[in-house]
Write a protein that binds this ligand. Structure first.
Ligand code: C2E
Ligand code: MG
Ligand code: MG
Ligand code: MG
Length: 280
């Protein structure tokens, strides 16, 4: 599990790069090589309806099959990619691969559910981001209603005009948008009303200590209520225990995702998981 192996150690120095130029350059070189050698992987984590447990979709999560360190998670290399101008090719690969894979599963007759793809701020700010997404949908043949885009709250707060236009274009295209890591940014709640959004994803830092921590229960309750009042779907991430799931269900949270439901799985395991849902 990438999450485990990466814990506590940082592969890259991603702050002031001046400190370790040689190492950074070497990692940058490795990352470029990774792209060329197709060493990026997508894992898929199921999202279920909290009330019924029924599959609602997947979130695509990128990993790097590192030559020395094994499988490493995005927190270890996305910041490097962003600072070295590599995020665009990585994002394009992720988007294309997620759409291609989902379409292939649909064509196999497996249960048709959407896939959510994370878009970094740098990508979201590209002027042609929606055209790029539309093109990938056309090329892969995945219908737009099976793609969702996850954008962090912090990203949504920047460049209001561009953000508004981009979200309107995504809505027109039929692609749903989720506010990721909700509650961790400098949120002005006004944007929830102003922008065409579909889902709010409660950050896992608020879920992790429920139901024991009364403050966290209060925060999660408030976010779910807020989503309901604004007619947005609520998603909880980082659901690890049956008690957490029971609480979310009681609060009326619509979707849940976390190790307690299913971990992120490689394509082969995800396919087997899908197949087990719908025996031929
Ligand atoms: P995120 O979008 O908030 O994704 C959820 C993260 O929580 C994933 O970490 C997932 O493995 C982890 N997780 C899932 N269930 C649980 C749980 O029950 N408990 C705990 N403690 N963690 C859980 P991962 O895969 O390491 O991804 C980290 C972040 O990297 C993601 O956070 C997302 O912001 C970013 N990321 C992932 N894939 C991409 C990508 O393709 N492009 C970009 N730009 N960012 C990505
Ligand atoms: Mg996400
Ligand atoms: Mg998240
Ligand atoms: Mg999060």
């Amino acid at each position: 599990q990438a999450k485990e192996s990466g814990r506590g150690t940082r592969l890259f120095y991603t702050g002031d790069m001046a400190g370790q130029p040689a190492e950074t350059l070497q990692q940058e070189h490795l990352l470029r090589e990774a792209m060329a050698q197709q060493a990026l992987r997508l894992h898929y984590q199921p999202q279920v309806h909290a009330a019924s447990g029924r599959l609602a979709g997947f979130e695509a999560l990128v990993r790097w099959q590192h030559p020395l360190r094994g499988l490493i998670g995005p927190d270890e290399f996305i910041p490097l990619a962003e600072s070295r101008g590599l995020i665009t090719p990585i994002s394009r690969w992720v988007l294309r691969e997620a759409c291609r894979q989902l379409k292939a599963w649909h064509d196999e007759g497996l249960p048709r559910v959407p896939v959510a793809v994370n878009l970094s701020a740098i990508e979201f700010r590209q002027r042609d981001v929606v055209r790029e997404i539309a093109q990938v949908l056309t090329e892969t043949g995945l219908p737009p209603e099976y793609l969702e885009i996850e954008i962090t709250e912090t990203t949504l707060m920047q460049q209001a005009e561009h953000t508004h236009t981009t979200l309107q274009e995504l809505q027109a295209l039929g692609v749903a948008v989720t506010v990721d890591d909700f509650g961790t940014g400098y949120s002005s709640l006004a944007y929830l009303k102003r922008y065409p959004l579909d889902k709010i994803k409660v950050d896992r830092s608020f879920v992790i200590d429920t139901p024991g921590d009364a403050d966290d229960v209060a925060i999660v309750t408030a976010i779910i209520e807020l989503a309901r009042s604004l007619q947005l779907q609520s998603v909880a991430e980082g659901v690890e225990t049956p008690e957490q799931l029971a609480l979310l269900r009681r609060l009326g949270c619509e979707l849940a995702q976390g190790y307690g439901i299913a971990p992120p799985m490689d394509a082969q395991r995800t396919r087997a998981w899908l197949q087990a849902l719908a025996p031929a």
